[in-house]
Structures are given as C-alpha cells and as structure tokens.
Design a protein around this ligand. Structure first.
Ligand code: AMP
Ligand code: GLY
Length: 441
C-alpha cells in the first residue's frame, strides 16, 4: 500500500472521531451524564430526551419519552447520532439495545446499556438470584413463590427468623421490597403480593430471602461484556427522614468513595463478585455493554450482593461521574466497542457528596411548578437538576426529587459542608433536604 494511503488510513483509524450523542432520561443522573459528555472534545452535538431544565443549558432537549423506540429511531436517523446512552432501566428492560441491534438502519449506532437478556438481572429478582447461584456469587439464601405456591411460601416463612424479606420479582419503581418483623404480617403481605397484585404484575412472583444484617454500599462497574472497569464506590441515603427513618425514596443524597470500602474489602468485592459477574455474563453469552450497579451489604467483613441494577444509580451518578477524570466519551465508546482493556481509568482522589433537595410531601403527594431561585449564585458546587422544567423563562419544580448539589473536597465532611452551604442559597416553596447525609460514617 502506498505510504500516503497508509498514513491516511492510520489517521482516520486513530484520530478520535467526534460524534453526536443522545442521552435518554430526565433526572439528576442524566444531567450528570450530559455534564461530563458536554466536557468531552469527542462530542459534537449533545441531545437529551426528554431532559430537564438543567440539561437544557448544556445540551438540546428533545421531547421524546425514553420508551418511545420508534420516535427515538427517527430522531437518531435524522440527527446522525452515533451513540445513545441509556439512563433508566425501563427502556433497557423493554429491549432498547436489541431494538437497535436488530434494525438495519440502527445497528451501527453504539448503545450504552445491556441487551434485554442482560437487563433481566434487574428486571427479575428471581433471575438475578439464579445468576448469582449459578456463578457462586455470595448473596442471601432464597426461594421464590407464585400464587400457586402461596402455602409453600407461608411454610417457608415459618422456617426463617425475623425480619422477613419479601421481594416482588419484577420492576416496582424501587418499592417492591418489604422487610417485616412480624411473621403473620409477612404471611399476609406475601398473600397481598401474590394473590392481590400488590405490585401489579411485578409481584406475580415473590422472592423470599434471608435477612442480611450489615452496612450497605454500592459498587459501579462499566463492562463491555468481557473486560471491566471498577468505578468509584458510593453510598446513598434512601429514606426520607433523618437518621434513616420514614419512607423509602429514590435517594436523598450520596457519598463517594465509601469510607469503609478499604482495599481489603474492595479486593474481596472484585474477586468474589465483580469478576464472577462479568465472567458469568460472558459464559451465558449475554450481550452486555454498559453499567452494572451492584448493591452490596457488608456483613462483618464479608460482602454479599443484594441486587443488581443494569444502569447507574441516581443520586449515585452525581457523585461517581464527577470523580472520573478519564474522558467519559472515550470510556463509553470503549465499552460499546469491546475495547475497555485499551483505556485507563483515572479517578479524582477527592471525595464527592451530593444532597438532594425535594418537594415537600415527597415521596407521597407533592406539588409541582414552584419557582426555584438561587441556582445561579452557586459557585463551588455543581447543581444537577432532577425534577425541573422551564416555564416562561424560569426554572420550576417538576418532580419529587428536584435538584442535587454536588461538591468535591479533600474528605466527605468538607465536601458536605459545601453542599449544605450552597443549599442555603437555593429556595423553592416547601423545599426539603436531609441535613444528616453521611451521619452513619
Ligand atoms: P433492593 O430493591 O433489592 O435493593 O432492596 C431494597 C432495600 O432493601 C435494600 O437497599 C436493602 O436496604 C434492603 N434489603 C434487600 N435485601 C435485603 C436482605 N436480604 N437483607 C437485608 N436487607 C435487604
Ligand atoms: N439510588 C438508588 C437507585 O438508583 O436505584
């Protein structure tokens, strides 16, 4: 081959290309993705569907729902999108990855997220338990039941000790897990789930498992289906009330790294959980190019898996991504093209914290449309929008979780101080946030 041609070929091959990118979702997680992608020199045009008032300032919002695959297809074709980053689990569980890979016009597009069969690790608790059992991944002992085996389920509960853990098999918007102290209550809730559709179709099957007593943390992994990178750890605070009391929410704040996740624990997690998970995915021939969010519980010094999610967490993303120094588009592209072994992951050593400001009443009924003031005053934190929208030129609340204030500093206490100082500058009617994020550390 002539040397000039060779050179041109090399250039086209090794000069990183720039591309148009579409992020799917509308929460703080997607704002954090958009924030990092917008900083990349690899990104030409950035779109977020449907997005929020925060993504609107750094990308172009597109009024398309995350499950409207047909409309997404038309948009991707019409705007020369080269990469789609899927934020929430719903489109993954519905098979958006397969929708792209089975379509002649879309199959060249890089989709960051697992195939439908990979997404079952989150979409079905029973499937996740079977997978862990097949690959010797430490988790709580379990059995699963249907309406036909309700009596066996009740008898199984009698063999366990309180507290009793009941999990709806399917997606139930984070509400499908019940932890009950009383045996009779556990039996009646089992019956509500199996025979009276407590969580709709999600509870046609219920996993009953052993209660694990310990402290929770989450590990995030980016995989291309054979290689993986362990991303920063995080811990989130799910309950609405201080001291971890009251109803469960999507998450009221998060800290990264998790101070008690020392090198010894991380080594165990990598050897016993991360590696066997990625090997399991490979052995089972699952097409998986995306994030694995592993919910763990540390019992004494031993890690156990409590759940897999097939996406990043929210608000965990708001503390994990700001610590990643490697160009995010390079990382995502490497995951989608099975070349993760060729990129190195650089992590900011500082701690990141985020505190979520929510609408009064959340996670139950709350009002929307409240004007938000003060965001422009924040200098030394990043304000990620979650439930916000633009109304006649002003930013208003549009959801339960409204915004997440993320800060970085030498340790998590210093970072938290910044998040809290900056939250004092922001106001909307009935705004609430937990003042004790990190209280247990
Ligand atoms: P999941 O939706 O599976 O993450 O469960 C929701 C929450 O229930 C978790 O964040 C844990 O706090 C708790 N949980 C789930 N499984 C167990 C278990 N086996 N033992 C103790 N707590 C659990
Ligand atoms: N913060 C928990 C989740 O995203 O599932």
């Amino acid at each position: 081959m002539g040397s000039i041609y060779k050179q041109l070929l090399l250039q086209s091959k090794f000069k990183p290309s720039i591309m148009n990118i579409l992020v799917l979702g509308s929460g703080g997680r997607e704002h954090a993705f958009a924030y990092k992608i917008a900083q990349s020199s690899r990104c030409e045009k950035l779109f977020v569907a449907p997005g929020n008032a925060g993504t609107d300032t750094i990308a172009q919002n597109v009024p398309i729902g995350v499950n409207d695959f047909q409309a997404i297809k038309e948009f991707v074709k019409g705007n020369d999108i080269k990469m789609v980053v899927v934020g929430p689990e719903d489109p993954l569980v519905r098979g958006i990855y397969d929708y792209f890979s089975n379509d002649e016009e879309l199959k060249h597009v890089l989709v960051v997220g697992p195939s439908q069969s990979g997404a079952k690790l989150e979409g079905s608790k029973e499937r996740a338990k079977e997978f862990m059992s097949n690959h010797d991944i430490p988790t709580a002992a379990y059995q699963s039941f249907t309406a036909q085996t309700l009596q066996e389920g009740k008898s199984f509960l009698e063999t366990l000790e309180a507290p009793y853990v009941l999990k709806a098999d399917g997606l139930a918007a984070g509400k499908g897990v019940l932890i009950l102290n009383d045996l009779d209550e556990a039996k009646s809730e089992l019956e509500n789930m199996l025979s009276h559709s407590k969580f709709g179709a999600a509870s046609e099957k219920v996993v009953i498992e052993e209660f694990l007593d310990g402290i929770e943390l989450s590990v995030f992994v980016l995989t291309d289906g054979k290689n993986y990178k362990v991303l920063p750890t995080a811990k989130d605070y799910k309950r609405i009330g201080e001291g971890d009391t009251g109803l469960n929410t999507g998450g009221m704040g998060a800290i990264s790294p998790v101070p008690f996740a020392d090198a010894a624990l991380m080594q165990k997690i990598e050897d016993r959980i991360v590696k066997p998970t990625v090997e399991g995915i490979q052995k089972e021939g699952i097409d998986y190019k995306g994030f694995i969010f592993i919910g763990l519980i540390k019992v004494n010094d031993e890690p156990y898996v409590i759940e897999y999610n097939v996406r990043m967490g929210d608000p965990e993303t708001e503390v994990v991504l700001p610590r990643i120094q490697t160009d995010l588009v390079d990382l995502l592209e490497a995951a989608a093209t099975q070349t993760l072994d060729r990129v190195s992951l650089q992590i900011d050593e500082r701690s990141a914290t985020t505190v979520m400001a929510v609408s009064g009443g959340y996670p139950e009924a709350y009002e929307k449309g409240k004007e938000i003031v003060g965001i422009e005053r924040i200098g030394n934190s990043i304000v990620f929008h979650a439930g916000t929208s633009m109304k006649e030129g002003t930013v208003v609340t549009n959801g339960g979780r409204v915004l997440a204030v993320t800060s970085l500093d030498s340790d998590f206490r210093e970072a938290l101080k910044k998040s809290y100082e900056n939250l004092e500058e922001i106001f909307f009617d009935k705004m609430y946030y937990r003042k004790d994020i990190g209280f247990d550390l």
